[in-house]
Write a protein that binds this ligand. Structure first.
Ligand code: B12
Length: 495
């Protein structure tokens, strides 16, 4: 029996389909006995896992496979794995996903994690199960890290598997109603992933460690088949593509858009401004007709110098971000732009320039959703991380420290606990949050279904003077209003 455990990752009720683990489940379906335990759905995942695994004979080699992102997901993973290991010390525990891919050594310092699988997991999990069952050699498992006595062994990651060679997700084995949501996109929105990786190497981005600049994608025919299946079987009417970058190939996007045009789907996906600006108007027309409602794009910063420092690559420029905002408006697609604020070496100047840039975007396309993150290093030896280390940044060396409230906050990319964002060094973090409050009040998010007309009007009226005069500091009155009229945070929980 293999338990696939997805630690809590969002506000209960908003949980997306746990695609990371369902991709592994697809490989196990039909040949292994498996069950999904989702911390977003189950109140006490440790008790659930222990109950399911206690009666499994040791000869069957039970396994606990855990998917871990930094942040609250990591915090719950630590507590649950510790409890499971204490109760069932013979059950091997393997971690995979973004956090262990980047911090395998730290993970394996914890006595309650036996293995880490780095990067794509489908083939590797089968290889690990085979070795655990038949006693083969661990060196044969692609991307496996493990402890061999005092040494840490990191097997090389194997070549990525073409996505069309991987099986469909076993939707019928999970309680789908829990993963279909009513939101801005549709009454019955589902998550899907149609590609793996990204060819770029932005120095703030965790995807680089995951895919090493490769991009592999499902074919439009496969995507169409899956879309038809979820529409007819689960009455899905909207899809959020959880790809690292959906739009790398214009030909694929155009064909996909043509193929799903009659399905009545609305969809959302992530892409780069430079690539989306290279698309022809004909492709944009197809995308809009096929139901594309929102595009998420990492705008990152308002200056080309900062984009270059981030190693954004391609033809990325602040000018193209503005052009994309205008183009999306013409095609009736809502932009969602994220920013990486407070980059070293001059975080205070960096945020002020970006605030002005965001005002320009809003003037061009007021519907634009703005997502503000503060720069949080990933262990990529590039200019930003190197600079961060020079300024006193260091990752924790134990999982307990990672699971502390300070590091949980830092992983949420809110800027806490970062040396150069310290209040003593100009209050950059506070400044970002204050600006966010003012801009979100003046331009209330279009995706929040609870924000009815009068609420939007109230927020806009209350923030008008501040926004016009650029008085972002100490917005206590807006904070009070937000307590009554909560606005959702797409950057934290999805929308
Ligand atoms: C969906 C998603 C979410 C969902 C939750 C998903 C869930 N599991 O419940 C929501 C929207 C809630 C969310 C929230 C957050 N997320 Co998020 N999220 C994603 C997203 C868009 C897709 C992940 C996914 O499902 N991909 C599809 C699957 C098939 O691919 P995969 O996850 O890579 O899985 C493969 C391998 O990684 C591996 N694998 C994965 N797990 C396991 C487990 C085992 C045992 C094995 C063997 C292999 C394995 O095998 C899989 C198949 O090949 C990624 C970006 C991306 N496109 O990858 C960000 C991403 C993972 N999130 C990220 C972040 C930072 C967050 C937040 C902290 C953001 C914030 N500021 O609040 C929050 C907090 C989460 C929390 N509470 O802990 C970052 C992580 C950055 C980092 N430094 O590692 C990412 C990479 C976004 C980014 N580009 O920066 N997220």
């Amino acid at each position: 029996m293999i338990i696939l455990y997805n630690p809590i990752s969002t506000t209960p009720g908003k949980q997306p389909l746990p695609l990371s683990l369902l991709s592994l489940a697809a490989m196990l379906e039909g040949s292994e006995s498996w069950a999904l335990v989702d911390g977003n759905v189950v109140p006490d995942p440790a008790a659930d896992i222990i109950a399911r695994l206690s009666d499994v004979p040791r000869s069957l080699v039970p396994l606990l496979a855990v998917s871990v992102m930094p942040g609250p997901q990591l915090t719950q993973a630590v507590a649950v794995c510790r409890r499971v290991k204490a109760a069932l010390p013979h059950v091997p525990i393997v971690w995979g996903g973004y956090f262990p891919t980047q911090h395998a050594e730290t993970v394996l310092r914890a006595p309650y994690v036996d293995f880490v699988i780095r990067s794509q997991g489908e083939l590797a999990i089968l290889q690990l199960i085979k070795v655990l069952r038949s006693g083969g050699v661990l060196n044969s498992v692609g991307g496996l890290s493990w402890r061999a006595g005092a040494d840490l062994v990191n097997n090389p990651v194997q070549p990525l598997t073409d996505l069309d060679h991987l099986p469909d997700l076993p939707y019928h084995r999970v309680p789908m109603e829990r993963y279909i949501h009513n939101n801005y996109l549709g009454d019955r929105t589902i998550a899907h992933n149609s590609s793996f990786g990204c060819p770029f190497a932005c120095s703030f981005c965790a995807v680089v460690a995951m895919s090493n600049r490769r991009w592999l994608a499902q074919s439009p025919a496969r995507m169409e088949r899956v879309m038809r299946h979820v529409v007819t079987t689960y009455r899905v009417d909207a899809v959020q593509m959880h790809d690292m970058d959906f739009f790398i190939s214009e030909a694929r996007t155009a064909e996909f858009a043509e193929r799903i045009a009659g399905l009545g789907l609305r969809w959302w996906a992530l892409g780069r401004a430079d690539i989306l600006m290279q698309y022809s108007d004909a492709t944009w027309t197809k995308m809009a007709r096929s139901g594309l409602k929102m595009v998420f794009s990492g705008a990152e910063s308002g200056t080309d110098a900062a984009l270059a420092r981030m190693n954004k690559g391609g033809k990325a420029s602040a000018g193209l971000t503005l052009e994309l905002a205008a183009r999306l408006r013409r095609f009736g697609v809502v932009p969602e732009f994220s920013f990486v604020l407070g980059c070293p070496p001059d975080p205070a100047k960096d945020v002020e320039t970006t605030f002005d840039f965001i005002r320009r975007i809003k003037a061009i396309n007021p519907a634009t959703e703005i997502v503000l993150y503060t720069y949080t290093p990933v262990p990529l030896d590039g200019t930003l991380y190197t600079e961060a280390k020079r300024l006193g940044f260091a990752f924790p060396e134990t999982l307990d420290e990672w699971a502390s409230p300070e590091w949980e906050q830092l992983s949420m990319r809110r800027g806490d606990n970062i040396p150069w964002m310290d209040p003593a060094v100009g209050g950059v973090r506070r400044r970002v949050r204050d600006f966010e409050r003012v801009v979100n009040a003046f331009y209330p998010t279009v995706t929040d279904l609870r924000l009815t007309g009068w609420r939007r009007a109230a927020l806009k009226a209350a923030s008008g003077l501040r926004y016009r005069m650029k008085w972002y500091g100490a917005p206590y009155e807006l904070r009070a209003i937000n307590r009554l009229l909560h606005y959702q945070r797409p950057e934290t929980t999805g929308f």
